[in-house]
Design a protein around this ligand. Structure first.
Ligand code: ZN
Length: 187
């Protein structure tokens, strides 16, 4: 295939381009009109679509899933408060706990217990914060899809970073933590 010529695509003859306005800078332009198809046909991930609905369709490594149940699944939070911060979600896109079926409620509870045992065993944490923020007003980041937070806590794990810099210090990488939890998860 011949190299792409901008004048073929734009319909502007090269000699006429000398009359067009522009400010030269240090960048080279890589013209990629063939990529337009991804934008136009919705093949780019839609940033507004629900990440908890998308996750089960991906591999465990890509989605940070550590365990898959029948009605609910467990994954690492991409924005952890602490290393090993897990989320338990029903597969169904329901917003609040009262919308969950008895089967979903039972399995969310069961997966939460297993997650606690696994995280306790591998991380020697001293405690947990467990809970669900229901609705944006209550602090839910993704209010449209129910998720239970499981946050392991260690003595002295709070420090001044979040207060002065809006920053959390996280000593371990997500992929590494995911693999360790997934391997320790009972079959
Ligand atoms: Zn969803």
């Amino acid at each position: 295939m011949s190299a792409y010529q901008p004048d073929e695509f734009e319909g502007v003859p090269t000699d006429a381009a000398a009359d067009l306005a522009g400010v030269p800078d240090a960048f080279q332009r890589l013209w990629t009109p063939h990529r337009l198809v991804y934008i136009q046909h919705g093949q780019q991930p839609d940033e507004h679509s629900c990440p908890f609905c998308r996750a089960p369709g991906m591999s465990d490594e890509q989605s940070l899933i550590v365990a898959r149940g029948t009605h609910a699944f467990v994954l690492l939070n991409l924005y952890p408060y602490n290393s090993g911060h897990l989320l338990v979600c029903p597969y169904r896109h329901v917003a609040t706990y009262d919308e969950a079926t008895p089967e979903e409620v039972a399995e969310i509870g069961e997966l939460t217990q297993i997650a606690m045992r696994v995280v306790k065993q591998i991380s020697k944490c001293d405690g947990f914060n467990i809970g669900m923020n229901q609705g944006r007003i209550a602090g839910a980041g993704i209010a449209e899809h129910l998720h239970q937070h499981i946050v392991p806590r260690w003595a002295l794990d709070s420090n001044f970073f979040p207060i002065i810099a809006g920053t959390k210090a996280l000593p371990r990488l997500l992929g590494e933590v995911r693999q360790e939890i997934a391997e320790a998860w009972p079959a």
